[in-house]
Write a protein that binds this ligand. Structure first.
Ligand code: UD1
Length: 388
């Protein structure tokens, strides 16, 4: 009799999650000992934030959609928990795999851990050390109760070890979001988005803003928009507006702005937009990583980053949230040349394969779901080919 397959429940809820599960789902069929279900929590559900990403990234239809959208953080988290529990009860996965740091990742981790289902966290160990960020709370709790921690950069391992996490649970595998970027970069270069907007490559700045700390407080949002308007006197500024920000714009931007405001973009268009920019200004985590690989100067409009490798080796600079400082940083970035690209270690398009290699070791043999935390040294070894 053939041994039964190890069943993985992949959890995705928000726009940045889709780029992270896509390469894992693509890798899955190469490993015959595994099977999987994709569970969409619904946290992001509008076509522009969800469906278009499934299309561009060729992600299969979710097996289950929990349909949780909107609400406060607690409502969102609780609702995902309530709706996920019976789904896991019914599907009986051997492993729940969560990516990133959003409310859906936290909720799924808590449900699985309480049901004694092992949890793997992809993109573990990142820390901004700023607990006012909702994502920081999500990261800390998710990592604390996950069994297998897959890190994307060296700081991840350092932070986890400093928090007392056993080294045997930590696996440095690289960055799954970069797996997606490298796969679709060429295709994105054929996007016509710049022509549609009417800007020329290297002659515009691209902006994203959606962190609560930047957009929820009208005075702060107004100050940042003031900076962008000043910058637009030097070059066109293209700003795809996230729904959270869009909901708040009318209160602070009554007149016609000098900025080029657009709806949120689909993946391929967005990669073309930031890849072709002279300068990117952002408060997103993923964009700091993507600009590092694309070699585009990036100013992060925050006081901290949980992704220090993008500053140490990448094109990212912390510009803070003070308007004067941001403008100074933007003008000096415009003076500078195009930075050298030094891809961080293991940001090579193979992170998903490494994750499956580790999982294959963990779940090898007849004891499908090994007891929590019992990893052998070989689980930490390098990449090998998937089994035939
Ligand atoms: C969430 C994540 C954040 C991530 C971001 C990427 C948390 C705590 N935050 O923030 O880490 O960087 O996603 O986008 O999980 N909305 C729509 N359409 C949608 C989804 C949301 O209009 O498809 C609206 C919601 O109604 C809400 C707002 O956008 O008003 C914010 O959505 P929410 O899921 O609460 O958090 P984000 O700010 O998107």
């Amino acid at each position: 009799m053939l041994p039964s397959k190890v069943r993985i429940a992949f959890i995705a809820g928000t726009r940045p999650n889709f780029m992270k599960v896509a390469p894992l789902l693509r890798e899955l069929p190469n490993w015959p000992q595994f099977t999987g279900d994709l569970i969409h929590t619904g946290q992001h559900s509008s076509p522009e934030m969800s469906d278009s990403f499934f299309e561009d990234l060729e992600i299969p239809e979710p097996d289950v959609n929990l349909g949780v959208s909107g609400g406060t953080h607690s409502q969102q988290t609780a609702e995902v928990m309530l709706r996920l529990e019976p789904v896991l009860e019914q599907r009986q996965p051997d492993l729940v795999l969560v990516v990133g740091d959003v409310n859906s990742s936290l909720a799924a981790t808590l449900v699985a851990a309480k049901m004694h289902i092992p949890v793997a966290h992809v993109e573990a160990g990142l820390r901004s050390f700023d607990r006012r960020m909702p994502e920081e709370i999500n990261r800390i709790v998710t990592d604390a109760v996950s069994d297998y921690l897959f890190t994307s950069e060296p700081s991840g391992q350092e932070n986890l070890l400093a928090e007392g996490c056993p080294a045997s649970r930590i696996f440095f595998v690289g960055n799954v979001m970069i797996d997606t970027l490298l796969r679709y970069r060429e295709k994105a270069s054929r996007s016509q988005v710049l022509e549609r907007i009417g800007v020329r490559p290297r002659h515009y700045a691209a902006v994203t803003l959606h962190r609560p700390s930047n957009v929820d407080e009208p005075a702060q949002l107004r100050a940042l928009l003031g900076v962008l308007e000043k910058l637009s006197e030097r070059l066109p500024v293209v700003f795809p507006v996230h729904p959270r920000t869009r909901n708040r714009l009318p209160a602070v931007l009554p007149g016609a702005p000098a900025l080029i405001l657009t709806d949120p973009m689909r993946y391929l268009d967005f990669i073309r937009l930031i890849g072709g920019a002279r300068l990117v200004l952002t408060d997103s985590g993923g964009v700091q990583e993507e600009t590092t690989i694309l070699g585009v100067p990036c100013l992060t409009l925050r006081e901290n980053t949980e992704r220090p490798v993008t500053i140490e080796q990448g094109t990212n600079r912390l510009a803070g949230t003070d308007p004067e400082q941001i403008l100074d940083a933007a003008f000096s970035a415009l003076e500078g040349g195009r930075p050298q690209v030094r891809p961080p270690e293991l940001w090579d398009g193979m992170a998903s394969r490494r994750i499956f290699h580790v999982l294959a070791n963990i779940f090898s043999g007849s004891d499908r779901a090994r007891p929590r935390g019992q990893l052998t040294h070989s689980d930490r070894s390098g990449i090998t080919e998937p089994s035939e």
